[in-house]
Design a protein around this ligand. Structure first.
Ligand SMILES: [Zn+2]
Length: 221
């Protein structure tokens, strides 16, 4: 009867756990189990952070065309510091997640992961309703035709453009969160999915904060 060696290269131990579909020794079997039970998602948050920075460099006109910056920045005349709130918020949230998940970590079982992703989607759903209501209210109350009863107009045109543009960006990002993605029904795929959804959700919340900052800036000017 031939002796079975551990499948790990350069390991001279006798193989065990053949019945578990593996031919590793005890040490290497446990090591592999541990590795397979971990999730490496740092690249999700790294990519999310770089994209967030790129989006703002583009909005502020530091890269690419100036047209957007020319429409949005006048709303912040004298109060440009307010823009740091939404930009910093998205940056900090993604950075915290990146630090938390820098080292690969384990994920929960199937039922817990299903509950967690349901929680994410329920929050996104409520946020979609609230944000939609805000957009409706903003476009209804803030876009008065010239000469309408409310004088002076509630918001100068620049402020209005910034509020509606950021609000639209927020809703657009939210659509990626509430969309359906049919991953294989295992806890690892579900855990990956919730990390992938965290990035657009963070963008959506931060753009919502940007819409608010534009409203405040318009009120202050
Ligand atoms: Zn071994």
């Amino acid at each position: 009867m031939s002796e079975l060696k551990c499948a790990q290269k350069d390991c001279s131990n006798e193989a065990q756990y053949i019945d578990a579909g593996s031919s590793y020794c005890q040490d290497h079997f446990q090591k592999r189990e541990q590795q397979q039970g971990q999730l490496s998602v740092r690249w999700v948050y790294l990519a999310g952070l770089f994209l967030w920075i790129a989006i703002w460099l583009w909005i502020l006109g530091w890269i690419g065309p100036q047209s957007l910056a020319q429409k949005i920045l006048p709303a912040y005349a004298g109060n440009q510091g307010l823009l740091a709130i939404p930009v910093g918020m998205g940056f900090v949230v993604l950075l915290i997640n990146l630090c938390l998940w820098w080292a690969p970590k384990g994920y929960a079982g199937y039922e817990t992961e299903v509950k967690v992703i349901e929680f994410v989607e329920r929050n996104a759903g409520w946020f979609l309703i609230a944000s939609g209501a805000f957009l409706t209210a903003a476009s209804f109350f803030l876009t008065r035709p010239p000469g309408a009863l409310l004088t002076p107009p509630l918001l100068a045109r620049e402020g209005l453009v910034a509020v509606l543009a950021f609000e639209a960006a927020s809703l657009f990002c939210l659509l990626f969160v509430v969309s359906l993605y049919w991953t294989p029904p295992n806890p690892k795929s579900l855990a990956r999915l919730r990390h992938l959804k965290t990035v657009p959700f963070t963008y959506a919340v931060s753009f919502f904060a940007a819409a608010f900052s534009a409203l405040v800036a318009a009120a202050l000017s």
